[in-house]
Write a protein that binds this ligand. Structure first.
Ligand code: AMP
Ligand code: ZN
Ligand code: ZN
Length: 411
């Protein structure tokens, strides 16, 4: 063998070796930037202390947890899920309630209305999956409010239409399969699980059923851990577990019966919730406001323009002209649905002012990007968009959050 030939072989070998190493480094780097965002609907900030949760306990020991996650107002599912992924307050992202009316379009949005939920026109701002896709990453949503709509003409690469009957294990299997695809695996995924919210509503927050639901969440975390560990991903990727809001117990003595205060015929439309929105007929705003103001007990009434700035609601046309904010635990009803409300007790709900400690939700995170062993103070969920962008090394779109508010959770 000539010396020149030998030298060529050695050179070729070392080039191949270095390209191989570089590829590996890129792959590892990408793995360390991968992020799974999990939402456990209605999982209150203090739920981990209510039940036996060995998998959560280990997750938190190895990762970081906050004392709570402050929701946006109203503390309902869709406004909060959409604020988490856009970093925008409801008045800036358009999702001002689970049920809302757009006066310019003369159209209602309801979370049970597939056409509305999948119509991108309702959704403003840029969800994190679009930020990621636009910057070359691949995303997959195993349910998330907003992810079923074409927003800015885009969907996540993989997405699923919400199906409450899909088993939680199948949801986990699906998202794990997206992360581990041999071609075009995802860099960002979501996973949504709703049973803790449902059990909280139906049986109340002091029920054994809720404890069982929390423990079932823990089992699911164990199942996810096992599935990702089998793929060598559990310690290499980042996982954020959040919830959208907490929950508060209701009682028969804590009701506000709206039609004993105002004449419902004076309203063009309304939505009944802890944050109730009322649209009086034209010319009747002042009259209805005065009636509600005189009877103001266990709630506060605001003209839209006088809503506190911190609610971040008043600058959207989908917020009606009058807004009632119930005192924590109080329910705003009409006489016609009071009996059904009482028959369904014990029960719990959410939707209150976000300064109510019981509305605070869960935030915990684990993985190479996150601090380990820390408990940090509560923070607002609108900062999570910036945080997710940082974890995935993305340039964030303009938003209402700030990385400085959450930097402490990072390594
Ligand atoms: P809430 O009334 O605010 O407690 O809303 C919780 C409910 O939102 C859950 O029980 C789900 O049925 C529903 N939900 C969650 N995600 C979706 C979705 N992508 N599409 C329609 N409904 C959803
Ligand atoms: Zn919810
Ligand atoms: Zn709920």
């Amino acid at each position: 063998m000539s010396r020149a030939f030998l030298l060529t072989i050695v050179l070729l070998y070392s080039v191949t070796l270095s390209v191989g190493c570089e590829k590996k480094a890129v792959e590892n780097n990408r793995r360390g930037d991968k992020l799974l965002l999990i939402s456990l609907d209605g999982f209150g900030y203090d739920y981990l202390s209510k039940a036996d949760t060995p998998h959560f306990d280990a997750f938190v020991r190895e990762g970081v947890i906050s004392r709570g996650l402050i929701p946006v107002v109203p503390s309902k599912t869709f406004p909060n899920h959409y604020s988490i992924v856009t970093g925008l307050y409801p008045e800036n992202n358009g999702l001002v309630n689970n049920t809302m009316y757009d006066p310019a379009w003369d159209k209602w949005y309801r979370i049970s209305d597939r056409n509305a939920v999948e119509n991108g026109e309702w959704y403003q701002g840029e969800p994190i999956w679009i930020t990621a896709e636009q910057q070359g990453l691949t995303t997959g949503t195993m349910f998330w409010g907003g992810s079923e709509a074409d927003i800015q003409g885009m969907h996540p690469t993989y997405w699923k239409r919400y199906d409450e009957d899909m088993s939680y294990k199948a949801r986990i299997d699906t998202v794990v399969s997206w992360f581990t695809r041999s071609r075009n695996p995802i860099d960002f995924g979501t996973l949504y699980v709703e049973h803790v919210d449902s059990y909280g509503h139906r049986y109340g927050i002091h029920s054994d059923s809720l404890v069982a639901a929390i423990e079932r969440s823990d089992n699911l975390l164990g199942y996810l851990q096992q599935r990702l560990s089998n793929e060598g991903l559990w310690d290499e990727m980042n996982i954020m577990i959040v919830s959208d809001h907490g929950m508060v117990e209701q009682s028969a003595g804590q009701t506000i019966i709206l039609d004993t205060i105002i004449n419902m015929d004076d309203l063009a439309r309304y939505t009944l919730d802890p944050v109730t929105m009322l649209q009086p007929d034209s010319g009747k705003v002042d009259q209805v406001y005065q009636q509600l103001k005189q009877a103001e007990e266990h709630y506060r009434v605001f003209k839209k323009e006088d809503l506190p700035d911190r609610y971040h609601l008043k600058n959207h046309r989908r917020v009606m002209d009058l807004v009632l904010v119930a005192e924590t635990g109080y329910m705003i009803l009409t006489g016609g649905n009071k009996q059904r409300f009482i028959d369904n007790l014990p029960s719990a709900t959410h939707g209150y002012d976000n300064s109510t400690p019981k509305m605070q939700a869960l935030f915990a995170a684990r993985g190479p990007a996150f601090a380990s062993g820390d408990t940090i103070p509560s923070f607002q969920n609108i900062h999570l968009y910036e945080l997710m962008a940082r974890v995935m090394k993305l340039k964030p779109a303009p938003n209402d959050g700030s990385l400085d508010s959450v930097r402490v959770v990072l390594q």
